[in-house]
Design a protein around this ligand. Structure first.
Ligand code: F0G
Length: 484
């Protein structure tokens, strides 16, 4: 690129940053202090140590109509507080964008954004010029009807999930169908877009595997150096393979995820590398799109319950925030109750919830669900607000319950990685406890793809020797299994 072109690009990016700065700010979740939305030195925490939340003006994309979202007005919104403003403009806008074909040749930039399950909702995600957006595109993940009564008759196998959880109306949204196989892509398209806009020279994260796979892919797409810090053990092989294949500098540290997380924050601050864990509040903005897309798939009707696995708590925070915004904008008319499910061996949030969040618990984490093997979640304060504001609950499930639920999901032909199965195990437990009613409308999130971890909870291949390539050998082999 010639010097003139570089100058011009810098000029554009300064304009875009200035524009973004006028409509966004960061608020501390602990003490409510305010900071600029963008600054020369990226800020991930308040001076008090608290995590930050993006507050942004939401503008309807017509020069004459402006809706300003008032973040504080509804900060006490409870599950029963229906502050519904009849306004179908947003629904119509997003429905029109979603109707764009995904496979049109030579699409313009705008159509590319409309076909992303994140940027389709761009006014609620991040007001940046399209030029800077780094998208695969992501989202557009399947929503499976798996309840005892709402299961499509052509998918009878899926109803085993509804029977297992004892739920009549049950949906599972499979975020493992994202480009790198987990929900992380939704936050990462926004995080890497911010890195692009800020002119970051490198990006980094700590990860139990999925965040790193996602960051490695998006950074590679932009051609940006990427460093990922992983625990020395317990990273599923598929996830490690992704980060290596996408070309990330992959560092295994002598410690667990919590150690890696502390280290990467220090590394990024001291070496001037852009941090892309969900400590970065712009990641949370992208992950909100899971809830927005779910609502759109449900024709903008919010479920009674939204259930998801919980580790570092970024996703609980994002989904709660999205529903709050959707309610404020009249995109939907009620707030679901949010149920965050932790593995019993990695349950600091559950322990804090049990005593009414009187203080923040930490544990040394141990579970087969390695994605959520986290003992000191970064987004604790954000997620606590979500549970309190949605009249939500936090539940724990044992490794045995996770593996049993995973087998049910896998055998239904849907499949997921172990951490994701906490959703089904949690649903079943909350129904058995009478907290969720059999006829409540329930939506659960499956967070990661089956292929991420092809060892944990997968039946062993029992056949020792190959059989002859002839019909008689097959007959003998199948005898007793199938009768034709
Ligand atoms: N499910 C999967 C498959 C995950 O990878 C994670 C987190 C979670 C659930 C929990 O989400 O952290 O937002 O509460 N994985 C992170 C990672 C920690 O590094 O990939 P959370």
């Amino acid at each position: 690129m010639g010097e003139n072109a570089i100058d011009q690009e810098l000029h554009h990016s300064n304009d875009a940053l200035e524009q973004l700065a006028t409509v966004t700010r960061l608020r501390c979740v602990e003490c409510a202090s305010l900071y600029p939305g963008v600054s020369e030195q990226p800020r991930y925490r308040c001076d008090c140590g608290g995590v930050l939340d993006v507050e942004a003006e939401v503008r309807y994309p017509s020069p004459h109509e402006t809706v300003i979202q008032n973040e504080t007005r509804d900060s006490t919104t409870s599950a029963n507080d229906v502050s519904f403003i009849a306004d179908t403009r947003w629904q119509r806008l997003f429905d029109e964008r979603a109707s764009q074909s995904l496979v049109q040749p030579n699409r313009g930039e705008e159509q590319l954004l409309d076909s992303s399950g994140v940027w389709r909702y761009r006014e609620l995600i991040l007001p940046v010029p399209e030029y800077y957006i780094v998208t695969r595109p992501e989202g557009n993940t399947g929503l499976y009807s798996v309840g005892r009564e709402n299961c499509d008759k052509h998918h009878n196998g899926h109803s085993s999930l509804g029977h297992y959880a004892e739920l009549d109306t049950f949906y599972l949204k499979h975020e493992g169908e994202n480009p790198t196989g987990s929900f992380k892509d939704r936050g990462m398209t926004v995080g890497v877009t911010m890195a692009n806009l800020l002119g970051a020279r490198a990006v980094a994260c700590a990860s139990t595997g999925n965040t790193s796979a996602s960051l490695a892919s998006y950074a590679a797409q932009l051609g940006l150096p990427c460093i990922v810090f992983l625990p020395a053990t317990n990273v599923a092989a598929g996830k490690l393979a992704q980060s290596l294949a996408y070309g990330a500098i992959t560092v295994r540290i002598d410690g667990d995820f919590d150690d890696a997380m502390r280290l990467v924050e220090q590394v990024c601050n001291e070496l001037g590398i852009y941090l892309l864990n969900s400590l970065n509040p712009f990641r949370i903005e992208g992950q909100k799109a899971i809830a927005l897309e779910l609502l759109q798939q449900l024709d903008w009707e919010a479920p009674d319950w939204l259930i998801l696995p919980a580790g570092n708590l970024g996703n609980t925070s994002a989904i709660g925030k999205a529903f709050r915004q959707a309610l404020q904008l009249g995109l939907t008319h009620r707030m679901p109750r949010i149920a965050s499910i932790q593995a019993a061996g990695a349950n600091p949030f559950y322990r804090s919830y049990r005593h009414g969040f009187r203080h923040r618990e930490q544990v040394y984490a141990q579970t087969v669900a390695t994605a959520i093997k986290i003992g000191d979640p970064v987004s604790y304060a954000r997620a606590r607000q979500v549970i309190e504001q949605t009249n939500g609950v936090v539940e724990e499930v044992t490794d045995e319950e996770i593996l049993e639920a995973k087998a049910v999901i896998d055998r239904a032909g849907i499949g997921c990685e172990p951490a994701s199965a906490a959703t089904l195990a949690g649903a079943r437990k909350l129904v058995q406890k009478g907290i969720i009613k059999h006829n409540d409308m329930v939506a659960g999130i499956l967070t990661g793809n089956l292929l991420k971890d092809t060892h944990t909870g997968i039946p062993e291949f029992k056949q020792d020797t190959a059989i002859g390539a002839n019909i008689e050998s097959v007959r003998t082999y199948l005898a007793g299994t199938l009768s034709f």
